[in-house]
Design a binder for this molecule. Structure first.
Ligand code: TYD
Length: 222
């Protein structure tokens, strides 16, 4: 299907006012780029869009993000790590996501509850039920209306992370985990996506604009 993201008019439009859209995927899969493309598209169609990311998205959440990603914090236990991600998520839900949705805005987030399930659950081995419970409490049960999983092979993800670090981007505390960790995370994403209803999986090895088109097409935006 030909879809022109630059087109300003036309097409059937799904009502995305007050809807919550999430992008998930391994590190360096281009989630934040897709958040930007989608936000631009929706804004051009007159929607008021709020973009955010996890961990972070609020002043407190960004402070928590710095703790979580700081390589100095190698003593952080898996449970402390989980609780910090969940605290950041609760703050974001209460301060940003819920008020924006209630005001009829469209919220787009890079990462949400599925990240904790796969990184802390599959990756670190924390009980999945405990994570689901904490996620439910932190978000007061708020789930995305649309969830896009940008799926790449492990080799591609690892290569992209290596390339980024060669370009001077320092690898953060989580990105310095070994390949076995990322194998578990990768498996986690695929399992979680198959279990959860309504997850739309996109081939993350497609060119950036093709991914953006698939997202738009899934939302009936072209
Ligand atoms: P992010 O900045 O989105 O990394 P990237 O842009 O490379 O995908 O996320 C930071 C790191 O935090 C990333 O390695 C994934 C990890 N993470 C968790 O382990 N659990 C979580 O609940 C979240 C939200 C992120």
């Amino acid at each position: 299907m030909a879809c022109r993201l630059t087109t300003q008019q036309g097409g059937k439009i799904k009502d995305l006012t007050g809807k919550f859209i999430v992008f998930e995927g391994l590190d360096a899969t281009g989630k934040s780029t897709q958040v930007k493309h989608l936000a631009k598209l929706l804004q051009r169609r007159g929607l008021t869009v709020v973009t955010t990311r996890e961990p972070g998205g609020t002043p407190l959440g960004e402070a928590i993000r710095r703790i979580l990603l700081d390589n100095e914090n190698h003593l952080l236990t898996p449970l402390s790590e989980l609780l910090l991600f969940v605290a950041s998520r609760h703050q974001l839900t209460k301060e940003v996501i819920q008020p924006a949705l209630q005001a009829g805005k469209t919220v787009i987030s890079s990462r949400y509850t599925m990240s904790s399930l796969v990184y802390q659950g599959y990756g670190r081995g924390i009980d999945l039920d405990l994570i689901q419970q904490l996620n439910a409490v932190a978000t007061t049960g708020l789930q995305p209306d649309f969830l896009f999983l940008i799926d790449v092979t492990l080799a591609v993800a690892i290569n992209r992370m290596i390339r980024l670090s060669k370009h001077g981007e320092r690898r953060d505390r989580i990105e310095t985990e070994d390949i076995a960790f990322y194998e578990r995370v990768q498996r986690g994403y695929r399992e979680a996506a198959s279990k959860e209803r309504g997850v739309y999986i996109i081939d993350g090895e497609l060119p950036e604009m093709r991914i953006a088109e698939q997202v738009a097409a899934h939302l009936d935006f072209c």
